[in-house]
Design a protein around this ligand. Structure first.
Ligand code: PLP
Length: 397
């Protein structure tokens, strides 16, 4: 496909796209319109949980499309209850609201927190958020996001957010000390867009305890790090804690747009009829995708796979790149891995693609890997075999 850059004159110029048009996929491989093959190290940004053309998912979705795609929330959608009960079971929480995108799930979480405050007589509720956080690009969620590039040009921002650094319980205490308007703390267990930055286990436990004492809602955005990616259903489960509100999206439907806000007992009854809603949320196609994704993940042991193959991937990366001077850190958990370099390395996305590997670079300096959870150890080795020489070459320039 020559001149692919000029091929989209009518779509808004919102993305820095690579000059590639993907045509189809199978497993962890994708082919572009010219027939070139790529190893998928990104899964559509943590979306394609089961890879592409999955032999169990595709027939289920075909069946669903032929039955009913959309009906509206004027009527019951049986698979909403089926998926909700499954999410409740794997999260240890109680009730679910369905939407279609990550920002929508976070928007609902922010509304829940604000109404939680209003219900308790707090007229101007405030939510603690974090440096380098990413929660989406609606006006409220970009205000919660800790990245000026996302916010620039869209002021005035929504008020009611207090920003603190990660992993610093004293900073959180100090920022909220004596403030009666705080209603919630909101963060990603592992920041995705911010550069694969992990909340420490002890910090997670301390924030959970503080929220209990203060009666704040703990909102954990698992949109990117959730749905099995780290080797547990949700990344915060490594700390043995349970949030009060948990936005989900990306990997939940293995490619079909879907989001969910899962709520525990403190937040499950905040929304009453008329408080919230969305046209596409919980539609039959998305619900079927969610139900089947979780079923297949369980049947095929994909949590264990993510943990095992992820550990191998990180180890192999560490062996190949760990000692190098400008490799700052190799971090992450399961199949959510970042390699931080000492300087901006965005050019590596293009070079990797040319070499047949899809990755992303986030926060300017962090090579990010989010492959499908069906990745095998051998395919993990293949990722490193393509990536490591490119990183070495880049660092030698
Ligand atoms: C991607 C992402 C979002 C936003 O999801 P969209 O579907 O793009 O709106 C929110 N939070 C986190 C942690 C994300 O990674």
């Amino acid at each position: 496909m020559p001149n692919i850059e000029a091929a989209s004159p009518h779509t808004m110029n919102t993305y820095g796209r690579l000059p590639i048009a993907l045509d189809h996929g199978d497993g962890v491989y994708l082919w572009d319109v010219n027939g070139k093959r790529y190893l998928d190290g990104l899964a559509g940004i943590a979306v394609n949980t089961l890879g592409h053309n999955h032999p169990k998912l595709v027939p289920a979705l075909q069946d669903q499309v032929a039955k009913i795609i959309h009906s509206s929330n004027y009527y019951h959608v049986p698979n909403q209850e089926k998926l909700a009960s499954k999410l409740v079971q794997i999260s240890g929480m109680t009730n679910v609201f369905f939407g279609s995108t990550g920002l929508e799930a976070n928007e609902a979480a922010i509304k829940l927190a604000r109404k939680y405050g209003h219900d308790r007589g707090i007229a101007r509720p405030e939510i603690v958020v974090y440096e380098k956080a990413f929660h989406g690009r609606s006006i409220a969620t970009l205000s919660a996001t800790g990245n000026e590039k996302v916010q620039k040009g869209f002021g005035p921002l929504v008020e009611g957010f207090i920003r603190v650094p990660m992993n610093d319980i004293d900073a959180l205490r100090k920022a909220t000390d004596g403030n009666p308007n705080v209603v919630a703390v909101m963060f990603e267990t592992i920041q995705g867009e911010g550069g694969i930055n992990q909340m420490r286990i002890d910090y997670l436990q301390k924030v959970r305890a503080l929220c209990n004492v203060k009666d704040w809602l703990l909102i954990i955005d698992e949109v990117q790090c959730g749905m099995g990616r780290t080797g547990k259903w949700f990344a915060h489960q490594w700390a043995g804690i349970v949030p009060d509100v948990m936005p989900l999206a990306k990997g939940l439907g293995s490619g079909v747009p879907i989001a969910a806000v899962v709520a525990g007992p403190k937040a499950a009854d905040i929304f009453q009829p008329g408080n919230h809603g969305t046209t596409f949320g919980g539609n039959p196609l998305a619900m079927r995708a969610g139900v089947e994704t979780i079923r297949i993940m369980e049947e095929d042991g994909l949590l264990e796979n993510a943990a095992r193959v992820g550990a191998r991937l990180k180890q192999t990366l560490a062996r190949e790149l760990g000692g190098l001077k400008e490799v700052v850190e190799i971090r992450g958990q399961g199949l959510m891995i970042g390699v931080e370099l000492a300087r901006p390395c965005g050019v590596l996305t293009q070079r990797a693609a040319e070499a047949g590997l899809l990755i992303s670079v986030t926060a300017d300096t962090v090579v990010r890997l989010l492959p499908p959870l069906i990745l095998t150890e051998r395919q993990a080795d293949d990722i490193v075999a393509i990536l490591a020489p490119l990183v070495k070459q880049f660092l030698a320039e």
